[in-house]
Design a protein around this ligand. Structure first.
Ligand code: ZN
Length: 377
């Protein structure tokens, strides 16, 4: 709980405005901004209730408004199957609580689901974090959603997280977050194959005859592995497929007919081209490692940043080999922009990782996510 007065903004201001309005004191638009009209409403309310009419909402005024500000309910749940619908509802809820949050749509999936992005901060240093190129790795979506919620809350409360002033980051950087690159694939994994899916018959075929996608399916709904669909040694990825016995759409590692053939990967690439990202993080879930290079192009500065990431997360540094070393998003970013790009692999064990790993994954990555937004290159 914090004392509210003119000039502040946030979810607590919006809740206070709602309570005033319900009691017949019009605070102006309920927008989470404590402006002059809200202040006048507070003063009228305080006068009527025999409180000091100072326009400041402290413990007595809170009590008179009937608000228990000792607890705020978390929006992002971190102990459930995190489906597209849950994420969409959470994004809307975050927008209600934090009216200044910028939310956008970078494109649509094959089945028409929105590729949402959130923008945290308003500074010139643009960075981009994305998650869940691979459907079995949906726990990474929860990571970025929870990070966003905690970041927004710390911003309105003017708090630091792990010693990083969130207000300072907000003014210095703009963190673009795309929490779910592959919503259709995640829907297959978590909700199963629906009868009205336009690829119903093919998907079963591509899944080797099985209707159970919950442990196998990494691709989008056309059987393309989105993280093998970028224009970075894409031909080599294509050749490597054959060695893995892949000749067409399937659960994993099929690179598609040509680079950026899929609306999801094309939307991510277009979004990147439309911005000026100094650094990107692509989140995956396999093995607690950080991949930082692409064919020797990353350079010593990226390696230095990778070491810092390793220090704050406890993850090892590694280089991709074989089929995993081509056509990924971070590969394309490094090749195209010669700026630092990282694949962060969270967690250990077989995908999909159990959600019970979430607290450790969050703890491992929180500082990394903050640090990545303040490194200037
Ligand atoms: Zn992955």
């Amino acid at each position: 709980m914090r004392v509210l007065k003119i000039g502040l903004r946030g979810d607590d201001v919006a809740q206070m405005q709602t309570a005033l309005n319900n009691l017949g004191y019009n605070p102006g638009p309920i927008d989470g901004i404590f402006g002059p009209r809200t202040q006048q409403a507070v003063i009228r309310f305080q006068r009527d209730r025999g409180l000091t009419p100072d326009g400041i909402v402290g413990i007595l005024t809170y009590g008179a408004l009937g608000i228990d500000f000792t607890k705020t309910t978390a929006i992002v749940a971190t102990n459930i199957n995190y489906t597209y619908n849950v994420m969409e509802a959470n994004i809307q809820e975050l927008q209600r609580r934090y009216p200044f949050l910028e939310v956008g749509i970078a494109g649509q999936s094959i089945l028409g689901r929105n590729l949402y992005y959130l923008k945290l901060g308003s500074g010139p240093n643009q960075v981009f974090y994305n998650a869940s190129h691979h459907s079995l790795e949906w726990i990474t979506t929860v990571l970025l959603m929870k990070f966003s919620e905690n970041f927004l809350q710390a911003y309105v409360q003017n708090r630091s997280i792990r010693g990083y002033s969130i207000r300072k980051i907000w003014d210095m950087s703009s963190i673009y977050i795309m929490p779910m690159v592959n919503p259709d694939g995640i829907d297959l994994v978590l909700n199963g194959l629906q009868r009205n899916n336009p690829f119903y018959e093919q998907l079963i075929l591509w899944n080797r005859g099985s209707t159970d996608f919950s442990k196998t399916w990494q691709a989008n709904n056309r059987g393309v592995d989105l993280n093998h669909n970028y224009d970075a040694s894409w031909q080599l990825s294509k050749q490597a497929e054959l060695a893995y016995g892949i000749s067409g759409p399937g659960p994993t590692r099929y690179s598609g007919p040509y680079p950026e053939s899929e609306p999801e990967s094309k939307a991510v690439a277009d979004f990147t081209r439309a911005h000026d990202f100094q650094l990107i993080l692509a989140y995956h879930s396999q093995g607690e490692v950080i991949y930082w290079d692409y064919q020797g192009l990353a350079g010593p500065q990226a390696q230095e940043i990778a070491k810092q990431f390793s220090n704050v997360s406890g993850y090892a540094l590694d280089q991709t080999t074989g089929i995993a070393s081509y056509a990924g998003y971070k590969d394309w970013f490094i090749q195209t922009y010669r700026r630092p790009g990282f694949t962060i692999e969270v967690g250990r064990g077989t995908n999909p990782l159990p959600i019970s790993q979430f607290p450790k994954i969050y703890n491992d990555n929180e500082e990394l996510l903050l640090l990545a937004s303040v490194i200037t290159t």
